[in-house]
Design a protein around this ligand. Structure first.
Ligand code: MG
Ligand code: MG
Length: 272
């Protein structure tokens, strides 16, 4: 069942998502070699709770194992999604880390993810980040009312990434968002043009390409959360929550502050 949102509900979703963006920007300031993913989790939880919200990931149920133990997912290098923060995982120069973050604020959810560089990364890895982030916006461009369907979003993401020689993970997809973090419909990062549900005003969805440098096959670790690429090559993950209203997409989360901080740290990023 797809719940279309009212303007008031979209306002509430915007607040929850801006808090995710604030949290990710706070992490951007401290991500550097020597920092543990546990430190990032502690900071994220503090920022979220200081704003009167709850980290939706903490205690998130898992049908195959224990609930998620932390406030953010920290997925380093070959980890695609759902990496568990740990004091035993220390970031080092040249790593990439995707941080996925969710909030519940005034009854509505925020959900956004950004893949950060740790120091200088190889040109090949930088290209993976650039292409994945650009594909997210290619997908969002298709989120308009009047003939466009869910499949058009997935098709745009898939085409952009596969043309660059990268893999599109199939097992995990974007989703509707509202009172619940995961609502209908599913929003795959692949698809056929003109297929799937017609897009309409009030539809609020998280779009989140998970893209691999090599083969898109994945495997799950024994912790029943961490998902790695099977070939051990790196993966990137960027996610925005959007609301379709007035016929087009408004991006409710924002990378603006993160990008400013990255520019201060590393100089201007290249972008596809
Ligand atoms: Mg997410
Ligand atoms: Mg999501």
């Amino acid at each position: 069942m797809v719940y279309l949102k009212t303007e008031d509900e979209i306002d509430a979703l915007r607040s929850a998502n801006l808090l995710v963006s604030i949290t990710l920007a706070e992490l951007a300031r401290v991500i550097e070699p020597g920092v543990t993913t546990k430190q990032l989790d502690t900071l994220a939880e503090q920022v979220i709770r200081d704003h009167g919200a709850v980290p939706t990931f903490k205690g998130f149920p898992n049908p195959y194992g224990p609930p998620f133990p932390a406030s953010i997912c920290t997925s380093v290098n070959e980890t695609v999604v759902h990496g568990i923060p740990s004091e035993n995982v220390t970031l080092k120069e040249g790593d990439i880390i995707s941080v996925d973050c969710g909030t519940l604020l005034n009854g509505f959810c925020g959900d956004s993810c950004y893949t950060f560089r740790v120091g200088e990364v190889s040109p090949q890895v930088q290209r993976l980040l650039d292409v994945t982030k650009a594909s997210l916006y290619k997908g969002i461009e298709k989120a308009i009312v009047g003939g466009k369907r869910l499949g058009d979003i997935g098709h745009a993401i898939q085409t952009h990434c596969e043309r660059a020689g990268f893999g599109v993970v199939r097992e995990f997809v974007g989703h509707g968002i509202g009172h619940e973090m995961h609502e209908d419909p599913q929003v795959p990062n692949y698809g056929k043009q003109g297929s799937g549900m017609a897009l309409s005003n009030g539809l609020c969805i998280a779009i989140e390409p998970m893209i691999t440098m090599g083969n898109p096959s994945i495997r799950m670790r024994p912790d029943r959360w961490t998902v790695d690429t099977q070939d051990g090559k790196p993966a990137a993950h960027f996610e925005h929550t959007i609301a379709i209203h007035d016929g087009k997409a408004e991006i409710l989360s924002t990378f603006e502050e993160i990008e400013k901080i990255e520019e201060q740290k590393y100089g201007k990023a290249s972008c596809d």
